[in-house]
Design a protein around this ligand. Structure first.
Ligand SMILES: Cc1cc2nc3c(=O)[nH]c(=O)nc-3n(C[C@H](O)[C@H](O)[C@H](O)COP(=O)(O)OP(=O)(O)OC[C@H]3O[C@@H](n4cnc5c(N)ncnc54)[C@H](O)[C@@H]3O)c2cc1C
Length: 460
């Protein structure tokens, strides 16, 4: 059952002005996940006054609530590093605390940076507050205020324990993962709500008392075979017969990404509620399977379940450009490159396994600025997993390192636009690219580096 969103601001009309004003800033960032944190830091460091609004009480989004590995930093095969900047600062801070290590090329996604998510919470708190960002936790953005022309979002309505309030901003960064701001403002999007089959959801879990040596010496192919046998025996209900269970920076603790809840529209809260219960039910099955059937887990104990079920894909906005599967697999370069990605297409749409498609020769492609610009809005930019992409392209570009890079690009764009009061669409792309490369971003675009107007020549 999907319930249409209630357009509170439109229903209230002029009476909306009686809702208490909470803040007036240059930039509101909606969502404090990987993309939102990175965007807020970049915007604030660039001189804008930034408010970050987050519905939970913690930063990091899926990266702290659900999982523990950054993919997308390194290309599979060559292990070439294709993301830098703020993303590097996060990894450096985790490494300095002994809370991260690189897992080489496991499970086909390229080298992963596995970290302690509890440490990452503190790293995000420090980086975001040190950058001067104001944070409003426990607050859900429930509607947008728009000017008469409808091409700008002038403010947001926020609901929390204190009731309703309004914030006004010159620019809005929609890093909500679900593109809530864009959807509320009437931007077109694709996803489950439009009848597409989106990626399955997963509830992750952590086990302690794992015998690390023993579990690591049991090859993953044998693990998958044993899963298939166990499921076929009827003794365990294991909808997905592969997945990842890996060591973490804490000795004896492993994190498992194994459960699979299919055919859910993650923006339908009733369906999502059922999925939460089903995900946790499956956790029980996988834990029992691991304890009884897999070497190294005989004494393992369940010590953590993801804070919420993991949503890989919900709404993908209609942007000025739509990244396609062909762009990904042909390693396409764009003149308006703002980030780079070598991650394979990793599609968990359904069935018992996962579909992988690789960019040939350890290649990479560019993420263009236009996939962040929602059609019809001049002062809103998205970052993270709600980018404008087809289902296939999204299955590559959604990796956390790319979400961090998109966030840095979105935040830098609004920081550049603020002093000149520019539409985000009319911003000089060269200035944005120069600033990004100066700040550590990787673009891997030889044509740009050769161009006379491009100052950030270190990009290839
Ligand atoms: C099960 C699973 C496993 C994955 N495994 C990996 C992996 O191993 N490595 C990897 O690199 N990637 C992985 N991914 C993909 C990756 O985690 C995500 O694509 C990425 O974290 C998305 O980041 P984001 O910042 O765009 O969104 P999110 O992390 O979803 O952050 C969005 C934030 O916005 C907040 N929010 C939402 N709506 C509102 C609102 N209306 N008002 C206020 N706040 C709001 C949310 O609370 C959240 O904090 C996985 C994804 C899933 C689900």
């Amino acid at each position: 059952m999907t319930v249409s969103p209630f357009a509170l601001a439109r229903t209230l009309g002029p009476a909306v002005a009686s809702i208490p004003a909470l803040a007036e800033v240059d930039v509101v960032v909606v969502g404090g996940g990987s993309a939102g944190c990175s965007a807020a830091i970049a915007a604030s460091r660039g001189g804008a006054r930034v408010l970050l609004v987050e519905k939970s009480g913690r930063l990091g989004g899926i990266g702290t609530a659900v999982l523990d590995t950054f993919y997308g930093f390194y290309t599979p095969g060559e292990n070439r590093k294709v993301v830098g900047g703020i993303a590097d600062e996060v990894v450096e801070a985790l490494t300095a605390e002994g809370a991260a290590f690189i897992r080489p090329n496991t499970y086909g996604a390229g080298g992963g940076v596995t970290y302690n998510p509890e440490t990452l919470l503190g790293v995000w708190d420090s980086l975001v507050t040190a950058a001067g960002v104001s944070i409003l936790f426990h607050s859900l953005v429930i509607d947008v205020l728009q000017g008469a022309a409808g091409d700008e979002v002038t403010g947001l309505l926020i609901a929390n324990k204190n009731g309703l309030s309004r914030v006004s901003a010159r620019y809005v960064i929609d890093a909500s993962g679900d593109a809530d701001v864009c959807a509320l403002a009437g931007v077109g999007f694709d996803g489950a709500e439009t009848g597409e089959q989106v990626q399955a959801l997963t509830t992750t879990f952590r086990l302690a008392n794992v015998d690390d040596e023993k579990s690591r010496s049991f090859p993953k192919e044998q693990l998958f075979d044993r899963m298939a046998e166990a499921a076929a025996s009827g003794r365990y209900d294991l909808p997905r017969q592969e997945g990842s269970i890996h060591r973490t920076p804490v000795a004896g603790v492993s994190l498992a990404n194994m459960t699979r809840v299919e055919n859910v529209d993650p923006t339908d809260v009733s369906a999502l509620s059922l999925a939460e219960v089903e995900g946790r039910r499956q956790v029980g099955e996988y834990v029992r399977f691991l304890q009884n059937e897999v070497p190294g887990y005989e004494s393992a104990e369940l010590v953590g379940i993801g804070m919420h079920i993991g949503v890989r894909e919900s709404r993908r906005i209609r942007g000025d450009y739509r990244l396609t599967e062909d762009d990904v697999l042909s390693a396409r370069r764009f003149d308006d490159a703002i980030a780079c990605c070598g991650a394979p297409i990793e599609d968990h749409t359904g069935g018992t396994d996962t579909v992988w498609k690789y960019i040939p020769d350890s290649g990479s492609y560019n993420i263009p600025y236009r996939v962040l610009l929602p059609v019809g809005l001049e002062n809103v930019i998205v970052a993270g997993r709600c980018l404008s992409a087809t289902h296939g392209a999204h299955a590559s570009a959604r990796s956390i390192a790319q979400c961090l890079a998109m966030g840095q690009a979105a935040g830098t764009a609004v920081a550049l636009a603020t002093p000149i009061d520019s539409s985000l669409r009319e911003l000089s792309i060269r200035s944005l690219q120069d600033r990004l490369v100066r700040d550590g971003a990787v673009l891997e675009n030889p044509a740009l580096a050769a161009s006379d107007t491009f100052a950030g020549r270190s990009t290839p």
